[in-house]
Design a protein. Structure first.
Lengths: 116, 114
């Protein structure tokens, strides 16, 4: 079974631009979560989508948004990029149904975003 | 609020020696705990997880972890470290709806000396 895939793997943008990252979950997985990893802040949860609805949300500004499609694929968008948005963005998927327990997240390789 | 503390930023272990990485958590109920490993430039790989039941859990690559509720700890251990174990290790607790919001510790970087 193929793992979580993320595209693109590397991205360079300039301040003020916007960017869209894509994540394809493991086949059959319905939940997709996004994380930001930086040297200063570590791994921080952005949001989670399940059945095309945002179910959990982290403490990031509204410039960070996401969506999930009916095939469970997910995109995250960052508008008006800032230098501090440079990070590794990780996507994870799990089976997690509503109220499900013992659901493990499996991570993709990440998209490394550099904002100049 | 949920939190995870990994008190050791770096640890150096000789190849063949035993390893213990510390993790303490703060969570109001029975925690769902995880250990992930990250090699440079890579995503996170699940080593093991604890949900309930036996407090000693076995994972991949010869790792194990012990859940101790009284100490709010979930330490990772390996009896004999290999050079390929050099990586960064993250402890996490599951929170939020469906426990899908992972709260991570700051990580411990493991260096393996020959």
């Amino acid at each position: 079974k193929a793992g979580v895939t993320q595209t693109p793997r590397y991205l360079i943008k300039t301040r003020g631009q916007q960017v869209t990252l894509s994540c394809s979950p493991i086949s059959g997985h319905r939940s997709v979560s996004w994380y930001q990893q930086t040297p200063g802040q570590g791994l921080q949860f952005l949001f989670e989508y399940f059945s095309e609805t945002q179910r959990n949300k982290g403490n990031f500004p509204g410039r960070f948004s996401g969506r999930q499609f009916s095939n469970s694929r997910s995109e995250m968008n960052v508008s008006t990029l800032e230098l501090g948005d440079s990070a590794l963005y990780l996507c994870a998927s799990s089976l997690a149904g509503f109220g499900a327990r013992q659901e493990t997240q499996y991570f993709g390789p990440g998209t490394r975003l550099l904002v100049l | 609020a949920q939190s995870v503390t990994q008190p050791d930023i770096h640890i150096t272990v000789s190849e063949g020696a035993s390893l213990e990485l510390r993790c303490n958590y703060s969570y109001g109920a029975t925690p769902y705990l995880f250990w992930y490993v990250q090699s440079p430039g890579q995503g996170l790989q699940l080593l093991l997880k604890y949900f309930s039941g036996d407090t000693l859990v076995q994972g991949i690559k010869g790792f194990e972890a012990e859940f101790k509720r009284s100490q709010s700890s979930f330490n990772l251990r390996k009896p004999s470290v290999h050079w390929s174990d050099a990586a960064e290790y993250f402890c996490a607790v599951g929170a939020g709806t469906g426990f899908q919001k992972l709260v991570f510790g700051t990580g411990t970087r493991l260096l393996v000396s020959p």
